[in-house]
Design a protein around this ligand. Sequence first.
Ligand SMILES: *[C@@H]1O[C@H](CO)[C@@H](O)[C@H](O)[C@H]1NC(C)=O
Ligand SMILES: *[C@@H]1O[C@H](CO)[C@@H](O)[C@H](O)[C@H]1NC(C)=O
Ligand SMILES: *[C@@H]1O[C@H](CO)[C@@H](O)[C@H](O)[C@H]1NC(C)=O
Ligand SMILES: *[C@@H]1O[C@H](CO)[C@@H](O)[C@H](O)[C@H]1NC(C)=O
Ligand SMILES: *[C@@H]1O[C@H](CO)[C@@H](O)[C@H](O)[C@H]1NC(C)=O
Ligand SMILES: *[C@@H]1O[C@H](CO)[C@@H](O)[C@H](O)[C@H]1NC(C)=O
Ligand SMILES: *[C@@H]1O[C@H](CO)[C@@H](O)[C@H](O)[C@H]1NC(C)=O
Ligand SMILES: *[C@@H]1O[C@H](CO)[C@@H](O)[C@H](O)[C@H]1NC(C)=O
Length: 803
Amino acid sequence: MKFLYAALYLLTIPRFSFADDRLSANQTLADGDLLISQSQIFELGFFSPGSSTSRFLGIWYKATPDIVVWVANRENPITGLNGVLTLSETGNLIITSAQGPTIWSSNSSTTASGPVLQLLNSGNLVVGQNSSYIWQSFDHPGDTRLPGMTLMQNIGDGDGKYLTSWKSGDDPSMGELSYRIQNQGLSQTIIAKGKEILNRVVFWNGNFVGYPTSQDPAWRVEVETNKGRLVSVRQPYYDSVHARLTMNYSGFLQRYVMNEEKDGWILMIALPHDLCDGYDVCGSNGICKIYKNPVCECLRGFHPASESEWSVFEWRGGCTRNLSLDCQREEGFLEVKGIKFPDSLNFRLNTNMTNDECRDECLNNCNCTAYADPFFSNGSSCMMWFGDLIDMREYTTESGPAPSIHIRVPISELDNKGKGLSRKTIIVIATVSTLAMLILGVAVWGVFMRIRRKRRGYIKRLDSKMAAEELELPLFDLATIEAATDSFSEQNLIGQGGFGPVYKGNLSVGEVIAVKRMSKISGQGHEEFKTEINLIAKLQHRNLVRILGCCVEGEEKMLIYEYMINRSLDHFIFDQRRRALLNWSKRFEIIMGIARGLLYLHHDSRLNVIHRDLKTSNILLDENLNAKISDFGLARMFEGDQTISTTTRVVGTYGYMAPEYAFDGKFSIKSDIYSLGVMILEIVSGQKNRGFKHPSCYKNLLEQAWHFCKEGRELEMMDPCYKNSYVESQVKRCVQVGSLCIQNVAEERPMMPAVVLMLSTEDAVLPQPRKPGFFLHGDSSFSQSNASGSTGGAVTITDIEAR
Ligand SMILES: *[C@@H]1O[C@H](CO)[C@@H](O)[C@H](O)[C@H]1NC(C)=O
Ligand SMILES: *[C@@H]1O[C@H](CO)[C@@H](O)[C@H](O)[C@H]1NC(C)=O
Ligand SMILES: *[C@@H]1O[C@H](CO)[C@@H](O)[C@H](O)[C@H]1NC(C)=O
Ligand SMILES: *[C@@H]1O[C@H](CO)[C@@H](O)[C@H](O)[C@H]1NC(C)=O
Ligand SMILES: *[C@@H]1O[C@H](CO)[C@@H](O)[C@H](O)[C@H]1NC(C)=O
Ligand SMILES: *[C@@H]1O[C@H](CO)[C@@H](O)[C@H](O)[C@H]1NC(C)=O
Ligand SMILES: *[C@@H]1O[C@H](CO)[C@@H](O)[C@H](O)[C@H]1NC(C)=O
Ligand SMILES: *[C@@H]1O[C@H](CO)[C@@H](O)[C@H](O)[C@H]1NC(C)=O
């Protein structure tokens, strides 16, 4: 019946077909007519959302008409198919129903003569002449932010432009949910329901903190600030990128990009993203740690207000102090690193105060509970919190330097009391310790000289008594390393990895070593370095490169590894001549070796290490071509460092990075699994994922693998150099497992125990992989440019390939 009606309607009312993307004065657009942007991306017309029969004037994507990005009369539905949009002579847009009363008007405050209504390629509906507009839809955001549209909020409570959700799928009228900039306290963006905050998304301190950042144009935003506060944010418009940010009516802020076929959408992220994103999940003075179970903890020096509630995971009651603050008692500060700042409910911000002044000021005010330097770029600002600390979470992302905060606690709660000591105590301690140091220094010097005399060779192995205190690893001295590497000469440079260059070295006894000269790790002291090294040195597995020792002198920090005569895997599989040396059985052994090494790192070692930069150039081969993972544990070492100027913070490599890691900075063992999947497919096919060019149809190696898997043509992935010497079932399994590892959704990727099992089990029945999703294309021309005000710069990507 409905269908018949629609058909009749189409037949009986002649459709005004617009050859253009515009409408001029006195022209009308009736229900059924469309205005189409020149790019053929957007359409304007009347529609009915969901199962509703009401009509609304809206803009949607031509290829996906169910995705409506803007609605004119969202509060004033039209019943029946007789709505008409008219552009008045003065440039007012008016929607009427059957020449009846006005249902909606754009209420343009200025008028124009000879106005034109146009749907621009950006999806902006504008009224004006040439490029001066008297009205534009981008000034009236609905639930969707398109590139080019600005969201803004003046400082204080001024007018703002923000996203508001629909009420439901059938009703585009303004729902309770909004996404907006908030400028009370530190600038932040929030998802709110009415006045209640649901999620503080990011805060602004000159950069966005706490949210994925990337140079990718689908993520880039431009901002406007006023006195350090965030006033507006927009995603710049490029005609090649179609992205949208939608506040959906179920409470999620979703960021989508259009797929490359331009007929569907890829969800890049939805916020709130995890339990810890929820506002104040752990109650006051609680901190949410998503990788812990349970996720909520009290800050140190605090305990649950109600143990019984916390024991059933009801955390909202929060935490109270073990010892209440009391200005009479000696108090100090506990530094908590890498957390989301508490919400600025009761705070004071001073932008002209050093850290020490800030600390003293906080200490002198009995009500001050914490302080921090929120603009950690210049260290001269001071934020103080009073009362309870609300909505803290541990940041797990690598999205740039994460804030640290100093929480006020009684001195008895501090391990490292030095941090919170009063000046007087410091002086006393300093005097005493100087004396002690002098005495100790003389003693140590004696011991040191003895050792030096004893040791004539190149390795200084501290005797076990000393080692217990110092290093459990042989310590090389700089002179030895310099001699071995010919003062780090060019000829001895054998690789350039994320964490620094690698040199080959010859010790005088004829032993060959590889020396990794660490790029400077800002803020990491010798002690921390040694602690880390001691941990890493305990990681031993036959598929990991063995660490022989280290060298720490002056500015230099180096790791000494066994030298791998066959260098790295990429020298073989991507080399025209050498690839033939790796036949199938060797490759399969290598894949199994990598998998076992990774299983050990992820699960079997004590440290549960996430590698974070797995790639073929980090897989070294010994004289028997056994695979050994290198650079493990380094990511962990760099991670420990949360201070500012990290010029060499390197976290991944194009082509191997999992999407959630590349865009969201979220890493987990699942991001390593992704990289492993890419490697497996590269080893099988002998093709690089990055820079993959297929003569016909596939965009990259991963997509090709998925297609072949789906169609049971796994064998076509093979490197042609195997000739006939391969085991069909092994090749198939590798392609299938590889494809499972590169699933777009991290949860769908298998864990290492399953990977090893699947690879090694004959006729294992494997799940069918889904289509891999979005990929970083290293050759995107945008990734190199650097617009001011972009959120980029925090995720660093290695684009270096060892040669
Ligand atoms: C629009 O219509 C009004 C009244 O019907 C008429 O006076 C005016 O000339 C028209 N303008 C144009 C640009 O056609
Ligand atoms: C235009 O003005 C009328 C009358 O003041 C008002 O009812 C209506 O909501 C306004 N329309 C818009 C889109 O603001
Ligand atoms: C708009 O631009 C066109 C071409 O640039 C010009 O011919 C026309 O006069 C302009 N119209 C107005 C109203 O400025
Ligand atoms: C530090 O940064 C904040 C915010 O960007 C700014 O307001 C303040 O003036 C800066 N201070 C100095 C000394 O540069
Ligand atoms: C809103 O977004 C969430 C997260 O992506 C999704 O699960 C949910 O289905 C969305 N709701 C609607 C109505 O689109
Ligand atoms: C604080 O109190 C809780 C429980 O009362 C206790 O578990 C915790 O160890 C105390 N913290 C300190 C640092 O004393
Ligand atoms: C910051 O403080 C210093 C010393 O307290 C003072 O000399 C300077 O004028 C202040 N700057 C601003 C911008 O208030
Ligand atoms: C601390 O807070 C109490 C109660 O809120 C108030 O009476 C007192 O004046 C405050 N002290 C300072 C130094 O601000």
